[in-house]
Design a protein around this ligand. Structure first.
Ligand code: HEC
Ligand code: HEC
Length: 307
């Protein structure tokens, strides 16, 4: 087992070395491994894994541990998910990785806090999860111990998360809707399983679950206390006046139809996620937003929200 992991690990190093220098002396990893790493890099961006697991503001090493994420339940720090065997996830099997994303359960059997949006990632296909793991394991390991979360009483008891999951978590892979076009299914998968747009754009109930009756309708109580706009096609309170091209352009460049530039948390999503997607995938997401039920919910995004 250990040697198999070491093998993957070495292949990762080899790939990193190969990617860094085009020197022909370095043997490339087998084609299939390369293919998985390449697909995984795309999934990695589409799912926005870097944002919470990297201390971007302090220019911390990629995935070696994140910035503080403020929630009503406490302050959380994305752990080190580099392939470091001691402080990262270098010893994890494929099964461990799939279980964490699909079920929100650690290799030791503990429940994860839903600030790790496995509530969305659970919808990813096995293939996407495994390619994502291949990519993460191709990155350099960083030895950096995790910073403990600062969780308010009584949320420090992880077993309580079992009750939370019973209320708010439905594990399972995304099922395409045969009635909808392939493009709309793709957009739905990108937005719900990967981009986890609703984790910010939907309000939450008292117990911290997503309020499904206000799906993507905005909230004044988003992550870090930010106000998040309504992106349903409601004409007066959402983005009903935007056409597909407006949405695609905003997701690519951050420029809104009125010429303003999207900033704060969405600025990061655009930099890290939506600007890296293919134009076809951005269009699929735009189509998904257009397909949502228009919900009348006015949230005013204040200017100090932006930087
Ligand atoms: C919104 C912030 C956020 C995003 C986005 C995010 N994570 Fe996390 N992740 C966390 C937090 C916080 C934890 C710790 C949860 C806990 O301690 O219960 C975590 C935990 C993990 C763990 C468990 C690590 C361990 O040591 O047990 C893995 C693996 C992981 N995330 C991988 C990913 C991957 C892969 C992605 C992209 C698909 C991702 N995360 C996206 C915040 C995030
Ligand atoms: C980490 C939180 C977060 C995530 C995840 C997120 N957004 Fe946003 N989004 C915001 C914030 C905050 C704003 C407002 C930014 C501003 O006005 O400067 C915003 C603004 C927008 C806007 C512009 C709306 C308007 O009226 O100006 C669109 C469109 C949008 N998001 C779509 C998406 C899509 C699609 C996804 C998923 C791929 C997504 N967002 C994921 C936080 C988020």
């Amino acid at each position: 087992m250990r040697s198999a992991r070491a093998g993957i690990f070495c292949a990762g190093i080899l790939f990193a070395a190969f990617a860094a220098s085009p020197a022909r002396a370095v043997e490339p990893a087998p084609a299939s491994e390369n293919e998985a790493v390449k697909r995984g890099a795309y999934i990695f961006h589409a799912a926005g894994c870097k944002a919470c697991h990297t201390d971007i503001k302090k220019k911390g090493p990629p995935l070696a541990g994140g910035r503080a994420i403020g929630t009503p339940f406490g302050v959380f720090f994305g752990p080190n998910i580099t392939p470091d065997p001691v402080t990262g996830i270098g010893e994890w099997s494929d099964g461990d990785f799939i279980r964490a994303l699909r079920s929100g359960v650690s290799p030791d059997g503990d429940h994860y806090y839903p600030v790790f949006p496995y509530t969305s990632f659970t919808k990813m296909t096995d293939r996407d999860m495994l390619d994502l793991k291949a990519y993460i394991f191709s990155l350099p390991p960083v030895n950096k111990p995790n910073r403990p979360h600062e969780v308010n009483f009584p949320f420090g008891f992880r077993f309580l998360l079992g009750f939370w999951k019973m209320l708010h978590f439905t594990p399972g892979t995304f099922k395409p809707d045969p009635v909808k076009s392939a493009e709309l299914n793709r957009g739905t998968y990108l937005a719900k399983a990967l981009g986890h747009c609703a984790e910010c754009h939907s309000p939450r109930t008292m117990t911290g679950g997503l309020d499904l009756s206000k799906w993507m309708a905005g909230t004044v109580d988003g992550p870090d206390g930010e106000t998040i706009p309504n992106v349903t096609p409601h004409k007066a309170t959402g983005i009903g006046e935007w056409d597909l091209v407006d949405i695609e352009l905003a997701l690519e460049t951050g420029i809104k139809p009125d010429g303003d530039v999207l900033g704060s948390l969405m600025g990061e999503v655009i930099d890290e996620t939506t600007s890296h997607l293919t134009p076809a995938d951005r269009r699929a997401i735009a189509l998904y937003l257009k397909s949502l039920a228009p919900i009348d919910n006015r949230v005013e995004v204040e200017d100090e929200n932006r930087d």
